[in-house]
Ligand binder design. Structure first.
Ligand code: ATP
Ligand code: MG
Length: 430
C-alpha cells in the first residue's frame, strides 16, 4: 500500500510510494530518480545490473513529471534527501507527462510570474509554491478556530447585489435578468444588518470584487475578505480582537508549518509583538511629511509611498487611528467631542494596509446625513437603512484581506503569489 513519502524511513524495510518524477539522473551503472509527492521527496536508485527488465524498461522511458509507482527496499544513505533511498522491485509508470514541460518544476530556470500563472498547476507542484498554499490553509484554519472559540456566528452574505457599498467606481456590473446588478465589493452592509438581527458577533470569510484599474503588487480584482462585526462594541474592542487574531494566526502557523516555512526560506519567521502601537492619523501624516512626501497634507489618503515611509519608521504592525471623518466611509462613527475625526482605523503591516475598520454609526438619522454628505442617495440604501429604524445596537467591525495577510506573513513580493488563480486586469484565464 502507498505511504506518504515523508513517512518512509530507513527502518520501514519495504515501502511503496506514488509520486511525480522530480528529477532524473543517469550515472552509467546507476539510475537515480527523485520522486515527489506533497509530503516530500525520496531518491529511487536503480542498480542497472541487478534490476529486473521491466524496471529497467520503465526507468529508461519515463519522462520528468510523469507519475510512477515504486515499491522496494528502503536503505539508509547519507547524501540523499531524508537520509534514505528506495531500491525498487516495481517501477511502474501510472501517468505519462509530455515533454518539454511548459514550466520547470525543479526551478533551475527561474520563470516570470506570468509564465508561472499560465501553467499554474505545474507551478504549484514546486515545493516552495505549494508551501504557500499549505500555509494559507493552516492560517485559515487558525482564523476559523479563533472565531469559533470566541462564539462568533459564521455568516454568508450575497455576492450579487443591487447597490454599491460605498458608491460606484470599483464595481463590476453583471447581467442579472432585466435588472442592474453588481458583484459585491464588501459584505459591509449585510454584516451590519446582522447586528439588527441580534446575532451580536458574526464573521464571514468570502470573496470581494473590486474593479481596481491600477496594476499594483497589492491589488487583486477578486480577493478574500475576513470580516467581523460585533454588537455593543467600540473600535478599541475590535482592534484588540484583530491584534489577537493576527498574533494567534502567526503562532499557529509557526507551530504547524515548520517544513513549509523551511521550503520558503522563512527561517526567521517572527510572531508580531503585542501591543501594536496606535498612531493617530495626524502623526502618521507628520511622519510621512518628514520622511518623504512634503506634498502630503492633513486630509489626504495615505499614499503607497507614505505607507512605506511610516512603515519604516514603525518597523512592525501598527494601527492608524482617529481619521478625518471626510476621508472615511459614511458608516464610520464620528467622535462625539470632535466630529471632524472618526472612530475608524487601519491595521498596517510595514509594507501595506492589511485591514480597515471602525465603530459604525448606529443612529438612523446621522447615517442618512452622512450618506448625503458623501454625495450618495439614501434611497439606494433603503434596504440597509431600514433595520436602523427598529433597534440597531451600537456596533463595530473590520475587514482584513486574506491575501495581504499571507503575502506579508511570508514576505511574498506580489499578492498574486498568495492566490491560486489571481484575477487582475489582464488575467481571466486560467
Ligand atoms: P487599499 O487602500 O490598499 O486599496 P482599501 O482601503 O481600498 O485598500 P478596504 O476597502 O479598506 O480596502 O478593504 C479592507 C481590506 O481588504 C484591505 O485592507 C485589504 O487588506 C483588502 N483588500 C481590499 N481591496 C483589495 C484588493 N483589491 N486586493 C487585495 N486585497 C484587498
Ligand atoms: Mg481600507
Amino acid at each position: 500500500m502507498r505511504i506518504p513519502i515523508q513517512d518512509v524511513t530507513p527502518t520501514t524495510g519495504m515501502a511503496e510510494v506514488i509520486g511525480w518524477v522530480h528529477e532524473v539522473r543517469d550515472l552509467g551503472g546507476l539510475a537515480f530518480f527523485l520522486i515527489r509527492d506533497r509530503t516530500g521527496i525520496i531518491q529511487v536508485t536503480i542498480p542497472k545490473k541487478k534490476a529486473s527488465k521491466t524496471v529497467l524498461a520503465a526507468a529508461k522511458t519515463v519522462s520528468r513529471e510523469s507519475i510512477v509507482r515504486v515499491k522496494g527496499t528502503v536503505k539508509a544513505i547519507d547524501k540523499a534527501p531524508g537520509g534514505r533511498e528506495l531500491i525498487p522491485d516495481i517501477f511502474e509508470i501510472m501517468s505519462v507527462s509530455e515533454s518539454p514541460l511548459p514550466l520547470d518544476v525543479v526551478e533551475k530556470v527561474p520563470a516570470e510570474l506570468d509564465t508561472r500563472l499560465d501553467a499554474r498547476f505545474l507551478d504549484l507542484r514546486r515545493p516552495r509554491v505549494g508551501a504557500v498554499f499549505q500555509i494559507r490553509s493552516v492560517a485559515m484554519d487558525a482564523i476559523n478556530k479563533f472565531f469559533f472559540d470566541r462564539e462568533f456566528i459564521q455568516i454568508t452574505t450575497p455576492k450579487i447585489v443591487a447597490a454599491a457599498t460605498e458608491g460606484g467606481t470599483e464595481l463590476f456590473p453583471i447581467a442579472y435578468f432585466d435588472k442592474e446588478a453588481f458583484l459585491n465589493q464588501s459584505p459591509q452592509l449585510y454584516k451590519q444588518m446582522m447586528m439588527a438581527a441580534g446575532f451580536e458577533k458574526v464573521f464571514e470569510i468570502g470573496p470581494i470584487f473590486r474593479a481596481e484599474e491600477h496594476n499594483t503588487t497589492k491589488h487583486l480584482n477578486e480577493a478574500t475578505s475576513i470580516d467581523i462585526e460585533i454588537s455593543f462594541a467600540d473600535h478599541y474592542e475590535v482592534m484588540q480582537i484583530l491584534e489577537d487574531l493576527i498574533i494567534s494566526t502567526y503562532e499557529y502557523v509557526k507551530s504547524k508549518c515548520n517544513d513549509q516555512l523551511a521550503n520558503l526560506d522563512c527561517v526567521d519567521f517572527m510572531v508580531p509583538k503585542a501591543p501594536f502601537p496606535k498612531l493617530p492619523y495626524v502623526d502618521a501624516i507628520t511622519i510621512a511629511q518628514k520622511k518623504c512626501e512634503n506634498k502630503i497634507k492633513y486630509g489626504d489618503d495615505i499614499s503607497t509611498a507614505a505607507e512605506k515611509a511610516i512603515g519604516e519608521e514603525l518597523g512592525g504592525h501598527y494601527f492608524i487611528v482617529d481619521w478625518p471623518t471626510d476621508i472615511r466611509p459614511y458608516y464610520a462613527m464620528p467622535y462625539e467631542n470632535d466630529s471632524s475625526i472618526c472612530k475608524a482605523f487601519d491595521l498596517m503591516h510595514p509594507r501595506m494596509e492589511l485591514a480597515s475598520g471602525a465603530q459604525r454609526v448606529h443612529q438612523h438619522d446621522l447615517l442618512v446625513q452622512q450618506i448625503k454628505r458623501k454625495g450618495l442617495n439614501p434611497e439606494s440604501f433603503e434596504f440597509y437603512l431600514h433595520p436602523f429604524l427598529y433597534g440597531m445596537p451600537p456596533h463595530a467591525g473590520w475587514g482584513l484581506g486574506a491575501e495581504r495577510l499571507v503575502m506579508t506573513m511570508l514576505n511574498l513580493s506580489n499578492v498574486r503569489e498568495a492566490v491560486l488563480f489571481p484575477r487582475d486586469m489582464h488575467r481571466l484565464v486560467p
